[in-house]
Design a protein around this ligand. Structure first.
Ligand SMILES: [Zn+2]
Length: 315
């Protein structure tokens, strides 16, 4: 694709991404959820949902990329989520940190074949949840290393996603700025919808992320589209930069507005699956409300991306 993400959004108003890779590949048998081995969903997990599929089963990853592309994705995210060295170490793959990140980008680039942009994914390290703010220095090292690996592998831009703590997100943005690439930054709100894990409202998160260099700010994961809209609207009122949104396809509840804290996570998620029609509707709303970038997250597959595409084009 002979353009960059910012131009694409400027010219078309909205760009369509993809997602979510890990849950779909877990369902297909290629990713380890950690279920039955340890308590999943605490934010303190060891080797859960790591992206070694990029080196162990690259064909499975390539296939999913091709499905998203066929569904209309204009961006393919390299599966580098949870690809920092310390997280990979907990899964026994720290020695493969370089090759996992490199391979993930290569597989995405080959699948895109010039038809889509390739984004590198950078996510929380989990160390703020496991060790607290004292880990900040080590977190900076880990995120700086992954930024360097993704930049060298040749991604077109970076998506910083699924951060629970604004403080960790701001460290990630500081590291990512060194790449010189366009940055999209999305927070995940858990356990509460009205503030980040470290107590910042969505509006404040949006302002801080934009001030730290994010060209788009928004939310991803944890909530279904309708519930996430409240967060996005609060961000909309706070910043002038375009918004990004990658909701989950699982229904959360008023009491527990984040699916990874529901008892159904990770083994009974079929019972809380949101419909693709909810994503079609979200595509319509996103276009109408001027959201610049939308995609899916956990629970989405190509059918949901196709639904987003149809919603976008329905206006
Ligand atoms: Zn997700």
């Amino acid at each position: 694709m002979q353009t960059d993400i910012l131009t694409l959004i400027e010219e078309r108003g909205i760009a369509l991404g993809d997602g979510g890779y890990l849950i779909e590949l877990e369902r297909r048998g290629y990713v380890d959820s950690g279920s039955k081995r340890e308590k999943v969903g605490t934010g303190r997990g060891s080797g859960q949902f790591t992206p070694e599929v990029a080196i162990e089963h690259p064909d499975a990853l390539r296939q999913l990329h091709l499905e998203f592309l066929r569904a209309g994705s204009q961006v393919l995210q390299a599966l580098t989520f949870f690809g920092t060295r310390e997280k990979l170490k907990r899964a026994g793959y720290d020695a493969e940190t370089e090759v996992i990140n490199q391979n993930a980008v290569r597989v995405a680039r080959e699948a895109a074949a010039g038809e889509a942009l390739v984004a590198g994914s950078i996510s929380r390290t989990q160390l703020f949840e496991r060790e607290g703010r004292g880990a900040a220095h080590f977190v900076r090292e880990l995120l700086a290393e992954q930024t360097r690996l993704l930049t060298e592998a040749g991604v077109d831009f970076l998506i910083l996603e699924t951060f629970f703590h604004l403080e960790e997100m701001l460290i990630a943005l500081e590291c990512a700025r060194a790449s010189g690439l366009p940055l999209i930054a999305t927070m995940s709100f858990r356990p509460r919808l009205d503030q980040s894990s470290d107590g910042h409202r969505a509006a404040e998160c949006a302002r801080e992320m934009a001030a730290a260099g994010a060209r788009l700010v928004g939310a991803n994961c944890e909530q279904e589209p309708k519930r996430m809209l409240a967060v996005l609207r609060e961000m909309r009122a706070a910043v002038d930069v375009p918004l990004a949104a990658q909701p989950a396809a699982f229904r959360s509840t008023d009491e527990t507005p984040c699916f990874t804290r529901l008892p159904q996570f990770p083994d009974e998620m079929e019972t809380i699956q949101a419909s693709r029609e909810e994503f079609s509707e979200f595509g319509r709303v996103a276009r109408a409300e001027g959201i610049g970038y939308i995609g899916g997250c956990c629970g989405c597959n190509a059918a949901y991306i196709r639904a987003l595409a149809s919603g976008i084009h329905d206006n």
